[in-house]
Ligand binder design. Structure first.
Ligand code: 4AD
Ligand code: MG
Length: 430
């Protein structure tokens, strides 16, 4: 019976055949332990000399790392392994023999591993991270579909720059100038006026010369946009959404979190409501913590975000940033126009900003004025302004960066491991 490692739990005591690869191996004169992987999981195959044909035992001892195989054996419960099962091997058929696989069980440097990313993805750790990433995507669709949102796909090739003009990838669009999308937000606002509550999930691009553990050149963003939602409604949705995806990973990826040695007690605390602190209070808090160099009007860097997050055991919203620090489309606070009705959500444990969001300007004249102040070409934003001419309503939205969220939930150091093929400042290969 052909099955997969993820399904062996349904075949205890039965003989099964699994198409797999040899991840690692250990053997002595009488027994060989094969670490097998098939994409769905990892299982140990035990080959005992006294129980198999001499030729099979010999084959097992000579197997090379990453050779592809059909392994046949009987599924047994194995209480010592976190996975819970092992395979008593009876037969091995080699499909393709690998030689000199470059990533051996010894330690390798990061650059070497990144050069071999196409193979590194096969490792147990990378497998666990990709499974968590997949669960976050699955739980995202589940959450928004359950809440009556419609998935909308904004374009990647655009003529506008929602997040400022300095970080754009420029390209030619036949005779016109075009940019790779920094954010689908402006298009999602149009979609919200058509469909009410919408969300997108897609790649976004930032030509940022940043080389930090939080920055990718190409990253994936989830961008919900909701008609008739004001500032507070937006925050409430965000805390529900983030809690849902964290709790889903805890429920459905316990083995992966164990592989990653993640301290899950910190994740278990991620339930609504999340703490909220204004930008003003954040500045005061930083001063109290000895950051005397920061003044009202300055943007926060990673050390500031980390210091603020340390005061809370859940993700924390920093609200009401100075208008001058934020993009043109954010709604100024009517009582205090020098700050905007926005919030960044800062993850705990030093992972920094995972969400940026705000209420959007819905007044035509104010938006036109803000475009001018930001020296943006009105012609390119004509359609966006028109959303304020035909039944404009208060609306809000946000963008969650998938890779930073994966890094936080997995508890890993750098976003480069959270996406299959990271695009970094000096890396386009593989
Ligand atoms: O704060 P940002 O720039 O917000 C926007 O793009 C809004 N238009 C979103 C919206 O309201 N629809 O980016 C949102 C999130 C950040 O909080 C961060 O998680 C992630 O996207 N992000 C990056 N992730 C990896 N590498 C980068 N270079 C990133 N830049 C932003
Ligand atoms: Mg931001």
């Amino acid at each position: 019976m052909k099955t997969t490692i993820s399904n062996v739990k349904n075949h205890v005591g039965e003989q099964v055949t699994i198409g797999c690869w040899l991840a690692n191996k250990r053997s002595s004169g009488k027994i060989a332990f094969l670490q097998l992987r098939d994409g769905t999981g990892f299982i140990q195959g035990v080959v005992e000399k006294s129980k198999v044909d001499e030729e099979i035992f010999k084959k097992a001892k000579q197997l090379t790392q990453e050779s592809s195989l059909y392994v046949t054996g009987v599924v047994r419960v194995d209480e010592r392994s976190p996975f819970g099962y092992e395979l008593g091997v009876e037969n091995i058929e080699i499909i393709h023999e690998a030689s000199d696989y470059p990533i051996t069980p010894k330690e390798h440097g990061t650059e070497f591993l990144m050069d071999n990313r196409h193979l590194w993805l096969r490792s147990k750790r990378q497998h666990a991270i990709m499974k968590v990433r997949n669960e976050l995507i699955r739980a995202t669709y589940e959450f928004f579909n359950d809440q009556g949102f419609v998935k909308v796909d904004p374009p990647i090739l655009t003529g506008s720059a929602p997040e400022g003009t300095t970080e754009l990838f420029h390209t030619k669009y036949f005779d016109e100038d075009a940019y790779l999308s920094q954010s689908g937000q402006l298009y999602m606002e149009a979609a919200a006026m058509a469909l009410g509550k919408v969300f997108s999930f897609g790649p976004t691009f930032r030509a940022e010369k940043s080389k930090t553990r939080r920055h990718l050149i190409e990253f994936w963003m989830i961008e919900p946009e909701m008609a008739f939602y004001q500032f507070e409604d937006n925050l409430q949705l965000q805390e529900q959404y983030v809690s849902h995806i964290v709790q889903s990973v805890l429920k459905n990826c316990s083995l992966e979190l164990k592989t990653l040695e993640r301290d899950i007690s910190k994740l278990e605390q991620v339930v609504p409501p999340f703490p909220k602190i204004t930008y003003d209070d954040a500045i005061a808090l930083l001063h109290k913590k000895g950051f005397n160099d920061i003044a009202w009007g300055d943007d926060f860097g990673s050390p500031h975000e980390t210091a603020i997050a340390e005061s809370f055991d859940k993700p924390v919203f920093i609200t009401h940033y100075p208008t001058s620090l934020k993009p043109f489309y954010m709604q100024p606070d009517p009582n205090r126009p020098e700050v905007v009705l926005c919030a960044d959500l800062i993850a705990p444990e030093g992972y920094g900003e995972i969400i940026g969001g705000s209420e959007r300007i819905h007044d035509y004249h104010l938006l036109k004025k803000r475009l001018e102040e930001h020296h943006l070409d009105e012609a390119a934003y004509k359609w966006y302004l028109e959303l304020r001419q035909y039944g404009s309503v208060p609306h809000s939205g946000f963008g969650l960066g998938l890779e930073r969220t994966v890094a936080w939930i997995c508890g890993i150091e750098h976003v480069r491991e959270t996406i299959p093929f990271p695009r970094l400042l000096n890396r386009l290969y593989p």
